[in-house]
Design a protein around this ligand. Sequence first.
Ligand code: NAP
Length: 268
Amino acid sequence: MIKIPKIGFGTWQIHGDEAVQATLAALKAGYRLIDTAKIYGNEREVGQAIKRSGVPRSEILITTKLWNRNQGYGSALEAFDESLGRLGLDYIDLYLIHWPGHDREKRLESWKALEKLHSEKKARAIGVSNFTPEHLEELAEHSAASPSVNQIEFHPFIYDRQLPTLEYCKQHGVVVEAYSPLDRAQSMNHPLITAIAEQKDRTNAQVMLRWAIQHGTVPIPKSSNPERIKENLEVFDLELSKEEMQVLDGLGSGKGESALPFWVKLIK
Ligand code: NAP
């Protein structure tokens, strides 16, 4: 059983020295959960930052992921060893199947490989990403071990679509990691997020991350900017009210209209 931090650091779309510097800044700021993947092409740089940070290896949880093309029993085992080599580590804390894909047999074989890696203690915990309740049910029917984590896209603009997965995971004790928790900075400046942030004297990013935490998920924001890396950690002395949570829940579906009187109050 591993204890997962309440927030992690994402590394998608950063490469070379930028990946080293951003991961170093994250470790310095206090992040202890670092998320990478074979397909991000930065496992080597993330591994270098871990070594250079001086933070004891035992304090850091490293996640990497099995890419789609490597699904299958033997190929998953090989891909894991290659990731381990690039990271320069002798174990991974959390190894995930990146996407379910369309091949059920391969998906189940991949999971068997992950179970083997877990039993050999090469992966301290194993899980999945982008799995729906149907994929999770299929795993439950065909395997003994259930995933510790399901990493899914989760932010206010996708809340209604992800609710069935969130509820399934809660019922079955699967930790949900929230990826793209800032919606890749696309709609962070929505006027209602701004209104809540201004009222609380916090930033829009902090409001979005706090929302994910109050839904019981573990957000893994990415930033290459040391100030924003720190800002994104400062979300544990902030509490959103039930009404504020409802407003944010409704942003993607338009159902936020049910909280309209509250919106009006916020915008005034
Ligand atoms: P994200 O974390 O939602 O957003 C990142 C964007 O937000 C960047 O443009 C960043 O710019 C900006 N940003 C970060 N903090 C900010 C702040 N405080 N104020 C304003 N802007 C800020 O997007 P993401 O990278 O897609 O998701 C996070 C992580 O989830 C990824 O890095 C990856 O590890 C993981 N992920 C997993 C999957 C999967 O299939 N499993 C898919 C996507 C992502 P700056 O860098 O300039 O600050």
